[in-house]
Design a protein around this ligand. Structure first.
Ligand code: HEC
Length: 380
């Protein structure tokens, strides 16, 4: 009887939280529609008064691609809070740790269908993964992705609905990055990264990065001397690959800090990783349509690989298009070749956010002219 009562109480609580989630979803949808209507009205007014909206400028990237004929893939980007690479590997913190580290499961093996639940839960604040929630922030972004190539360049087109502003209570003015209402990032997993194909972006996301639980802070960074200099770090630590450290603390027993920011390998070892293709290719697009190309290794490095982009907000919908050569001889660019399948990940920094306050995909497969990949980059 007692256990039956427990189950009934649990079911009632679940039903209640499901109905609360539904209500929140409906409210978010209504807000989205209202924002879209406002934006459309503003755009019409601007047109009528002869002003072209600034966001309409520079839409030449991918102009040779007829997007209407390119399949679109639904992508759910969820809010991950502080769930780091150490967190997901630690059995005390994460239910999937063992199948992930010992069984070869991918994040999507378990989570592909429940990203709405995870994102909506974490964004409201949780004991272990979100100590500083942003009230009113959405838990998921439903985006669509189209990808094409013309034999020379690859083109990505990402679209998602804008949302009303939800100020971050822990920064003056509520905007972490006031210059950029949005940013888009894409990572492509290089070779020889431990669990790289299973975890996508998580290979670079550590418990001691900026705004993460073991962020060492400026004093400890300054006290690290050489390490701070090599990492070009002052305030906090950027993303890095575990392969560039001699030790990464995962268990965190007896209050040990998780991560390994200061356990840097030698410059020779890191150069060798780069030469071997062991890095995460990283492309970033900013709200004004500017873009940077680079990679993640011991820190974030910008390279001079080609990249072009455009970003625009129209009728409540963001459209970001970016392009780079399929193959490039720049160190830190993963060449994209037919017949190979790549693991990629996308992040959207929505609503003037920065650092970890983004929405992300789990591991996502990508290939050229291959319908079995989640993102099929079609020849046009
Ligand atoms: C074998 C299945 C499995 C795999 C593989 C797995 N997880 Fe999990 N994950 C779980 C379980 C079980 C939970 C706990 C569910 C709950 O609390 O409702 C969980 C919870 C989470 C949470 C929620 C944490 C919170 O605060 O509620 C996040 C985020 C997460 N996993 C991310 C990942 C990522 C990223 C990967 C890949 C690197 C991954 N998981 C791989 C099973 C898995």
């Amino acid at each position: 009887m007692e256990s039956l009562a427990r189950i009934e109480a649990k079911e009632a609580a679940e039903a209640e939280s499901a109905s609360a989630a539904k209500k929140a979803q409906q409210e978010a949808m209504q807000a989205q529609i209202a924002a879209a209507v406002d934006a459309a009205v503003a755009e019409e007014r601007a047109k009528a008064s002869g002003e072209a909206s600034a966001a309409d400028a520079g839409d030449t990237v991918g102009a040779n691609i007829d997007w209407s004929g390119v399949n679109s893939v639904d992508m759910t980007l969820f809010y991950p809070g502080q769930a780091s690479f150490e967190f997901v590997q630690n059995g005390k913190q994460h239910g999937g740790a063992r199948p992930l580290t010992k069984g070869g499961d991918q994040c999507t093996t378990c989570h592909a269908k429940e990203l709405e639940n995870i994102g909506n839960k974490i964004v409201k604040g949780t004991e272990n993964t979100e100590p500083t929630p942003i009230p009113g922030k959405r838990g998921v972004i439903n985006a669509t992705m189209q990808a094409a190539h013309d034999g020379e360049n690859v083109y990505f087109r990402l679209q998602w609905p804008d949302a009303p502003h939800a100020p971050a209570p822990f920064v003056d003015g509520g905007k972490m990055d006031p210059e950029n209402q949005i940013k888009v990032a894409m990572m492509i997993t290089g070779t020889g990264i431990k669990m790289g194909e299973q975890v996508g972006c998580w290979a670079t996301c550590h418990a001691d990065n900026t705004y993460m639980p073991f962020d060492p802070g400026p004093e400890a960074i300054a006290a690290s001397g050489d390490v701070a200099e090599l990492l070009k770090a002052k305030e906090s630590i950027q993303k890095y690959l575990s392969e560039t450290r001699t030790k990464i603390e995962i268990k965190g027993r007896r209050g040990k800090a998780q991560g390994g920011w200061n356990k840097l390998k030698s410059a020779e070892e890191i150069d060798q990783l780069l030469a071997d293709g062991t890095f995460m290719d990283l492309m970033r697009v900013y709200a004004d349509g500017s873009a940077t190309n680079g990679y993640l290794l011991e820190r974030r490095v910008q390279n001079d690989g080609d990249i072009a982009a455009s970003a625009k907000l129209s009728a409540g919908m963001w459209t970001v298009v970016f392009s780079r050569p399929l193959t490039s001889d720049k160190p830190g660019d993963v060449p994209l070749e037919a017949g190979k399948t790549y693991t990629v990940g996308f992040a959207i920094h929505d609503d003037f956010s920065s650092a970890r306050f983004h929405h992300v995909t789990l591991n996502t497969s990508l290939a050229l002219d291959d319908e079995t990949a989640q993102i099929n980059v079609v020849g046009r």
